[in-house]
Write a protein that binds this ligand. Structure first.
Ligand SMILES: *Cc1c(COP(=O)(O)O)cnc(C)c1O
Length: 346
């Protein structure tokens, strides 16, 4: 099979979506006989997967998502890759998969960025090189038990700025679906959670909303997640609140914004947030790597629409938090120790 690889000249960096492009290199490592291979770059975008792989039949697959940012000086930053390295190990633990070593994880990211460095979009475009580490159970397994073999990969694809004309609020809606069960796999970035979210997401889109507000699976009362992003609300008295729950995915963006909110004089807190207590918030947003922050214009629950700051304009705290975090990621402003990791390009 011949594969046509992307060329840097194929891209208009100012007009990129969130799509897959077949770049020259990806990193792969293989787990067999109880240990990981040294790992290295490969050119084929097709993986060798056994027909009886647990990754295909029983959902033994986990992933991560992070970005490489071009700095003004031409260098490239990763943002807190150690957090993703630790999180994919926790996901592996939950799904009884072999843990990929954290140092090797960060090295793999650096190798993929370096090898595809001409595809890291220029500074100032808002575009980035999206990195997708993932791991799947492989090898012949018929019964429901964990694989003996695993494939770990990191591929990369250039993606555009999420908001081309500034942060724009969007509308969200609750429905009766659950994203993850209490005691289930909500804390893991496991493929099955996303398969389960496609139908609720489609129904929300068809009803004119950008995504679903998932409520807690036990009471259907407290906010859990917004689509595949974490929620925050900023109260009128200056508290930055985000849900605390065992069934949400611990977002790197969230932990970063909790620290930045504190730096800005807001009072950060992970706590229970009732869907019936939205009046306390002056502003609200969704947090995740893809958009950093998506301002939440409104949430519709039981047919009643609650508007936050504005349905058309971003609130001042939300804008400030976004500006500060993106400035750290791009290397325009220094951030807390260890947040930004330089990728050697030579
Ligand atoms: C990946 C993800 C997020 C965002 O996490 P980041 O580390 O900030 O990108 C939030 N919720 C869900 C369900 C996710 O899968």
């Amino acid at each position: 099979m011949t594969e046509k690889k992307a060329q840097p000249s194929d891209f208009d960096w100012n007009d990129l979506g969130f799509e897959y492009h077949d770049l020259p290199y990806r990193y792969r490592a293989y787990y067999k006989d109880g240990k990981w291979s040294a790992g290295g770059l490969e050119t084929s975008s097709t993986l060798p997967i056994h027909e009886a792989a647990t990754g295909l039949h029983y959902g033994q697959n986990i992933f991560e998502g992070l970005k490489a940012y071009r700095r003004k000086d031409g260098g490239v930053n990763l943002f807190r890759p150690d957090m993703n390295a630790a999180r994919i190990q926790r996901s592996a633990d939950r799904l009884l998969m072999a843990e990929f070593p954290q140092e090797q994880f960060v090295e793999a990211l650096k190798e993929v960025v370096k090898a595809n460095q001409d595809f890291v979009p220029p500074y100032g475009t808002g575009a980035t090189l999206y990195l997708r580490p993932f791991q799947i159970g492989n090898g012949p397994v018929v019964g429901v038990h964990p694989a003996d073999e695993y494939v770990f990969e990191v591929y990369a694809t250039p993606v555009g700025a999420y908001y081309k004309g500034g942060l724009t609020p969007t509308a969200y809606v609750t429905n009766s679906y659950d994203r993850a069960a209490h005691g289930g796999t909500g804390q893991a970035k496991a493929g099955g959670n996303y398969a389960a979210s496609m139908l609720p997401g489609k129904e929300a889109h068809e009803a004119g909303y950008s995504d679903v507000v998932y409520l807690d699976p036990r009471l259907h009362e407290n906010i859990e997640e917004l689509g595949s992003a974490n929620f925050f609300g900023i109260t009128k008295d200056g508290r930055f609140l985000t849900p605390k729950s065992p069934s949400i995915l611990p977002s790197v963006t969230k932990y970063s914004l909790l620290a930045i909110a504190e730096e800005m004089g807001l009072q950060p807190e992970e706590t229970t947030i009732s869907i019936n207590d939205l009046d306390q918030f002056a502003e609200a947003g969704a947090m995740g790597t893809a958009a950093v922050i998506s301002p939440v214009g409104s949430i519709t629950h039981n047919g009643k629409k609650h508007v936050f700051y504005s349905e058309t304009e971003v609130g001042p705290w939300t804008q400030k938090l976004y500006d500060r975090l993106t400035a750290i990621q791009n290397g325009d402003q220094p951030g807390p120790e260890g947040w930004v990791v330089d990728v050697p390009l030579q």
